[in-house]
Design a protein around this ligand. Structure first.
Ligand code: GAR
Length: 189
């Protein structure tokens, strides 16, 4: 039996997609969903999906061992950042080497770093008239969006695509690839 913990800060559509993917796979359990936003839509989704969820604030996350201790108690095989916007404290990274992965809505190393998330990334793609964008699934290290890349997938961007169109294309790639990559990493352990 493999256990995963998901972190999310917003809507949580990736969380929902991942939960649904593993619903019929008895060898993988979503142990919990952790969020830094008490009004995040992901919490509503967890209630509907009947998944345990937990909310923490910045002090608990950055200045105490509260979240670290929760994670140690769960002892997950993989920690998955699915739209989580805070930097992971070093002590958590050190406690779970090569077990924390993130999804970024662009083709890193393009459009990564602090403050680059969600539609800000898609706006940068549009402003630069890029002809492609995509997703990057990567390991998490001490720097935003700089850990080793596990998987990338691309989509074509047309000049008439608005930011929402780019977001929709990228989300579609996320839904298709992210659960499969998670499963692959779990099986490879
Ligand atoms: C996703 O597109 C994810 O790639 C992005 O946030 C979105 C969350 O959507 N993550 C980042 O931008 C991290 N820098 P969701 O809440 O609907 O899953």
């Amino acid at each position: 039996m493999k256990n995963i913990v998901l972190f999310a800060s917003g809507s949580g559509s990736n969380v929902e997609n991942i939960v649904q993917y593993f619903q019929n796979k008895p060898n993988v359990t979503i142990a919990s969903v952790l969020t830094n936003k008490r009004d995040a839509k992901v919490l509503d989704r967890c209630n509907v999906l009947n998944i345990s969820s937990l909310c923490f604030n910045k002090i608990a996350f950055q200045e105490t061992d509260c979240v670290l201790d929760i994670l140690k108690g769960i002892n997950p095989d993989l920690i998955v950042l699915a739209g989580f916007l805070w930097k992971i404290p070093e002590k958590i990274i050190k406690a779970f080497p090569n077990k924390i992965i993130n999804i970024h809505p662009a083709l890193l190393p393009k459009y990564g770093g602090k403050g680059m998330y969600g539609n800000k990334v898609h706006k940068a793609v549009k402003d630069n008239s890029d002809i492609e964008s995509g997703i990057t699934i990567h390991y998490v290290n001490e720097n935003y969006d700089e850990g080793a890349i596990i998987h990338q997938a691309k989509t074509k961007i047309h000049p008439e695509d608005e930011i929402d169109d780019i977001a929709a294309k990228v989300h579609a790639l996320e839904y298709e690839h992210f659960p499969k990559i998670i499963e692959h990493l779990l099986l490879a352990q």
